[in-house]
Structures are given as structure tokens and as C-alpha cells.
Design a protein around this ligand. Sequence first.
Ligand code: WT7
Length: 706
Amino acid sequence: MAISEEAGASVTEAQIAVHWREEDYIYPSPRFIGQANAPDPAIRERFSEERFPECYRDYADLLDWDTYWHTTLDTSHPPFWKWFAGGRLNACYNCVDRHLAKRANQAAFIWVPEPEADLVQNVTYQELYRRVNEFAALLQGFAGVKPGDRVTLHMPMVPDLPVAMLACARIGAIHSEVFAGFSGTACGGRMADSGSKVLVTMDSYYRDGKILDHKAKADEAVAAAKEHGMEVEKVLVFRRRSGQYLSQTPMVDGRDFFVDEVIADYRRKVVEPVSMPAEAPLFLMYTSGTTGKPKGAQHSTGGYLSYVAGTSKFYLDIHPEDTYWCFADIGWITGHSYIVYGPLALGTTSVMYEGAPAYPDAGRPWRIAEQLGVGIFHTAPTTIRMLRKLGPDEPAKYDYHFKLMVTVGEPIEPEVWRWYYDVVGKREAVVVDTWWMTETGGFMGATLPALEGMKPGSCGPGALGIYPVLYDEEGKVVEAGTGRAGNICIRNPWPGRMLTIWGQPERFVQTYYSKYCHDKQSTDWHDWPFLCGDGAMQAMDGYYRILGRIDDVINVAGHRLGTKELESAVLTVPEIAEAAAVPVIDETRGRVVEMYISLKPGLSPSPDIENKAKAAIEREIGKVARPKNVWIVPDMPKTRSGKIMRRVIAGISNFADVGDITTLANPEVVEAIRHQVYAEKNARGEAPRPLTEKELEEIKAFGRAE
Ligand code: WT7
């Protein structure tokens, strides 16, 4: 975040204003406009504030409702807004059954395994229907799952994952998918939090040319859930290669079952989709914030599905006959909204890829695009940076043509944006930079591809029907074009917003509304701006530029990691007394984590303790969170009240100015830490590079939320 309530803030803001280089607009081709779902500027009119909330009828009407709603937006229990109240529908029916009449033999998914010699598999809508029904029957009949029960999925990128999600949706159960890269311990903690007694997992999967033992994590998950007082009853294990078990861990008798064996009893079974109220929870997605414990964002059936269908149609420009590839993991909200629910609700064909982006080489994604005729491509800046670094000239070697490309998950640097546009998109494809988050269900800021010019580094204006506002710390509006940053909020409700935090409604109100809602009794939504958690600036043209999280979250390669979670993981090592995680600017991963630790009295630093700290993070969270460096320091820089000054060590880790340290209780330690870290970094060849103004601001502001 760029602004700060500390003295000197005005200097900071002015500096940003001066260094703010406005990019020129780039416009879509007439060819794109000619085929677009939203070519008519009148669409902005249809979603104008005066038409709110009825404007969202357009989105809801993309779905088949069993019972049409009577109230578009019910605000009687603020801020637990209900969209499409009185309406009933089934998400699985909308994503699968209703397409059978026209597209039974069209692929819903084209699955690309990581090993290039393995066959690509088409899962038609008919086959998806069969597999979903069989698995739904198994969940009901074998695992005893009932409407409203939670089912945890810890699945990699295989078609069985959307099958399992849709099977849950079909029977009214709430799925909670945990990213496969997360550890068993992290999965178990989420199982306990959601009270889910069934775990759906897989024996193994391919990543970067290796087959990973994934079932091992299920045993850790069950053990971790038990520690939290939760007994997991059944572990349903899909097999990556049917009939072969590629995990080293034994199956536990009476608890673990192979899906391919059990399913024999459910062959050709058909399960009626359960008609659910619009506000029934469809799934939970755990995410990180300021405090240590991840929160389960609870998403709805009717509002969420309408919102992802509508935004997929107008922003991804999906037509049913398109081949669309979202190169993200279904384990994150991006995959839920824009691999599974949005595209399937529209009846399109999606590519799903199992593995690592540059396996076996940086030409892989472009070969896939060429072979499968991909027309819409969707990925994150971290992947774009990596592919650019490893194979800057690869895209030109392949004969594919994208009409539209999406970027999501982190701010994209204008140079990286330009490589994406010029080289990957061959200057033919529109780029849509979509800004949003787990909590919002779908896009909050983006350009309408046929109507609003692209501006590298800016996501664009608020999405259709979304009215953002920037507030300063005191709640005053930060105007567009002033070059000042503020906390970006959404003024109005929208159908994709999470309903609540699973089991913690007070925390929901506290986290997203306490800062700017001044009348907690008000049933007028105007009193309830939603705090997104990002700092942002708005240019004169209304476009937003997102600066990053304001709540001690570090965005590593698009993964949202809470500093408190990282620190608590490290503090499970008995030798460690204190820990502080800070972000370090990284050329490909955006940010990486460096961990500072101090030891209990009498202990001296050793590589062994360093490794224990790394292992603890891998165990508690997962490999994705592994810190780049662990620095064992004699003491942490602290304020007189004993708070660790994260901005100071963040400054050191980034070879940046540490700012004012005169108010520290122990200023002398700063020089010692700097000396130690610089020497080590030099020895490891981690050369400094000059940071941009924006990056410097981010580092300076880090830890401000405390
Ligand atoms: C945070 C949310 C969006 C789904 C995947 C991540 C950052 C997201 C952008 C973008 C700049 C972005 C924000 C946000 N972010 N998209 N286009 N430009 N920053 O979901 O894990 O909930 O993370 O990702 O900081 O708050 P998430």
C-alpha cells in the first residue's frame, strides 16, 4: 500500500504522482469487436447505478431456475445480503444436464496430462454427466453425504476434480477444495474448521516430470484434523492410472477406499439434482488474511453462479463454440469461477492441463494451444514472466491464434504486459486484466474487451454493476486523477460476493465492513462499503491501478500467503523464539518470502535450525510457501512497545532504505542485520536491482496493518 498515516505521507503521495507514467490505450481489432458478446456500449447503461440491483437479472437469466426468485436483492439482514431470494436452482444441472440436448458430444473438458506422450482425453458433456452422476451416487450411498454436509477435496488438476465438485453440487453438499500443493496438515486444519468427514483425494499426479505421492498427504490431513478434534470417516482415493497405486503409503482399512473400485456399485446410476435455495452455500474456499487462521469464504449457489456466468460471457467473451484455456489451478478461486462454474454454465469447451507451465520446455503451452485450437487464454503474471524468461521467442514458433487473453492474480508490470500482448497474443488478441479476489467470487475491475481500451498495468474500471470507491484512512474519498492512493472498496452489493466466513459471521462483518460502515443497523446497502483489502489508485479516465494487499498478505506467484500463518508455522520449531516474514521482489514469482528468526536464549544459529524452519513451513502450509532465505538474527528490530518492525527488515531484504529507525527500542541491531544479510546475499549471488518507485512504496508500507 502506498499511503500511510505516518508523517511524511504527503511526500510519498506526491512522489507517486510524479513517477506515474500513464500508458497509452490499445484498442481491440474490428474483427474481435465483430464477434464479441458485448459489442454495444449500451451495456454500460443497462448496468448503471440507477438500474441497480435489477441489472443483475441479465446475469441470473443466463441460468435455468427451478423456481424464479421474488426479490432480486434482500437487504433485511445487513450485510448478509440475499440475492435472488425465493429462487431455487441446482448448479450441477446448470453446468451439465441442461447442455445435453444440444451438446452431448461436445467436449466439456479437454484434459492434457503433463507427460507429453500420454493421450489427451476429451470429456464430453455426456461423459461428464455420467461421471458426475456416478460419483454423486457414491457420495450419497457409500459415504452418506447429505445436503449441507461439507466434503473436502484435495485434488490435483485432473477431470475427477470438477467431477467431484459437480457431484457435491448435484446433491446439495458443500465442497471445499484445498489446493493440491498445500500440505496435508493445511488440508486437515481446513477439514476440521469446516467439519467435513469425507476427504476426496488422489494417489499421485505429475508435476515437472516427476510423479508426486499425494496420498501421503491424506494421512497427514486425517492426523491434523484429529488434533483439532475432528474424526475423518472416509478417504476416497482416485487413482492417476487406473488399477495402479502410485503412492508409497498403505491404504487404511475401513477408512481409505479406491474410487475406481467402489464406483462399480454405482455404474449408470442417475441422481436427481437437488433443488437448492439461491443462497445455499455451494462451496468454501479458504484464504488468508491478517490473522493466523485461514478463513473459509462461503460462496452461494444462485448469486455466485449468475455472477461467474455473466462475467465469463462479457469479460472472457466465451461463446459455447470457443475452446477456452484457463491455465490456473482449480484449487484456487480462479479455477472454481473460471475453469469450472462460469465456462460450464455457458456450455463451452475448456482445456485443463495437469502440470507445470514449462514442462518439458517453455514451448509446451503454445504447442497445446496450437494442437487444440485454443482461442481464449487465461493465466497469471507469474506464469507469463516465467515463460518469457525461459522462452521469449517460443510463441512465434507455433501456429495458434488467440482472440482474447486474460491476466489475473497480481499486478502485471507494463513490460510483461507488452510481451504478453506482442509475442503471446501476436498483437491479435485483446488482453483483459482482471482484478478481484477469493471473497468477490468474480471480476471486480476489468475492461469490457470490445468496448474499453486496454491500458498496460491498469485493470480498468469497475466491472458491470460494480461501483468501486477509494477511501483514505479517515474514510474520506480519494478522488480520481489526484495521483493519491486509497483503500479500494466496492460501494454496492453484487451477486458473486461471499455470503460469510464459514462459522464466523462476526469475523466476516469485522474484516470487510467494520472499517467503513458507520451504522451497523442500517438496511440500506449504501451504508456498507465492502473493503477489498487492496491499495489502489484511480486515473482520470476511471481506470484503477492495483498496488497490492494492505493486510500483511504476501502474494507469491499468485498464491496468497498470510505473514501470520508463515510465522506461526515457523514457531512450531522449539528452538525458535520469534519470527517475521517479509516480501522480497522477485523477477518471476512477483514476490517471494524471506523469514527472519531469532532463537531462544543460549542457542546459536545453525543450518539445522534453518532447515527446520523451512521444513515447518512445508509441513504446515506447503512447498509453495517455502521461503527463499531464512535469516537467523541476534534480535528483531522492535518498537518500544515490543512490536517487530517488519518494514525495517523488509527494507534490508530488498536492499532498500530502511526508513526512520530512531523510534526503535534497539536501533543498533539494524546495522548488524543489514551487514549479515547483505554479506550472505552477496555470497549467494543475489545481486540487488534498482526497485521502481511503486515497489519501494510497497516495501516501506509493509507491516502497516499492525
Ligand atoms: C489478491 C487476491 C483474483 C483471483 C486469484 C487471486 C491480487 C488479483 C489482480 C490484478 C493486481 C491483483 C490483489 C487481490 N490481484 N488480481 N489483476 N491486478 N492485483 O485471488 O488469492 O484471493 O488474491 O490478488 O492483491 O487482493 P486471491
